[in-house]
Design a protein around this ligand. Sequence first.
Ligand SMILES: CSC[C@@H](O)[C@@H](O)C(=O)COP(=O)(O)O
Length: 382
Amino acid sequence: MADQYAHSGDNKRPTGMPALRWEEPPEGPVLVLLDQTRLPAEEVELVCTDAPALVEAIRSLAVRGAPLLGVAGAYGVALAAVRGYDVDDAAAALESARPTAVNLAVGVRRAHSAYRAVVDGGGDPRRAAGAALAAARQLHQEDAEASARMAVHGLALLDELMPGGGHRILTHCNTGSLVSGGEGTAFAVALAAHRAGRLRRLWVDETRPLLQGARLTAYEAARSGMAYTLLTDNAAGSLFAAGEVDAVLVGADRIAADGSVANKVGSYPLAVLARYHHVPFIVVAPVTTVDPSTPDGASIEVEQRPGHEVTEITAPQVPVAGAEAGGGIPVAPLGTTAYNPAFDVTPPELVTAVVTEEGVVSPVTTEALAALCARSRQVTIS
Ligand SMILES: CSC[C@@H](O)[C@@H](O)C(=O)COP(=O)(O)O
């Protein structure tokens, strides 16, 4: 079940509200999410008391973005465990809530394994629930730390590629503190450049159809005080042609073993544009987004979203009564079908570098990614 906490609708006020937090009120533990479908108009929190509510929040994109999906999934398993629900069922439902971001499965499995290790060893369910919660908290903390380290590596790479500073960076979708326990992935690098006085402008793709760029990245950019400009996705070509882009920075939902990168639909065309215009295309993602068990781009399952997200304009926080399927304003003739993949896949040869918390991979090869994963596992184990 999910309840709502409403906050002031003043969208000029820096919120400071975390994208997600665990709370333990007297009625029982809950997972509190900042409902991203309502931003930037209002800050409303969704309070999840069970895994089905969290599954629904994940599907509706109230909580979204690869790293945060992992953290949310882990807390979802803990929630089922501490509230005495069937943990195996909850884990299965959470893991399959969205297919593309591998971090979701990684987070769910981590908390689930911690739970199962205690139960299978004959431990009592309360101790097992404590283990699942500890695993979720640890993942949350690790994600924040990874974010900070990606920002350091990413800024160093920008400075190496463009020693003069004054970076004009184009980004797509939303990759800031709304997707992370820290300051995010690609956006965290732009933020680091801004704080170092080396960001001239952040170009923000609006990111049709659900406008994660316009609604969320512009919101985070405004809060940070950086110079930013919003553009429609199809204006990017003219921006490159005008020589206004020094680098593209995006996140990732899954990086296959061969270096193919699944990210928000519209990333691949940017990579093609970047290559044509000799601009670096840089992917920023934690090591948990690299999935050695997915061999190549063709093996990545790309989520298909409902057509009404395309055939209607929906300001998600303002439902329009009486409109067709999605509750938005129709912009296409009734009955129009739509192609609406949530992600696309960029082949490794178009990716200049992958920036992770463990360092930068460039060129992006199967061998270099495998070495990165091996190094990361050693760091985690030691
Ligand atoms: C650090 S976030 C990387 C990706 O998760 C992000 O770019 C993205 O594509 C998010 O898609 P969304 O559908 O909003 O969850």
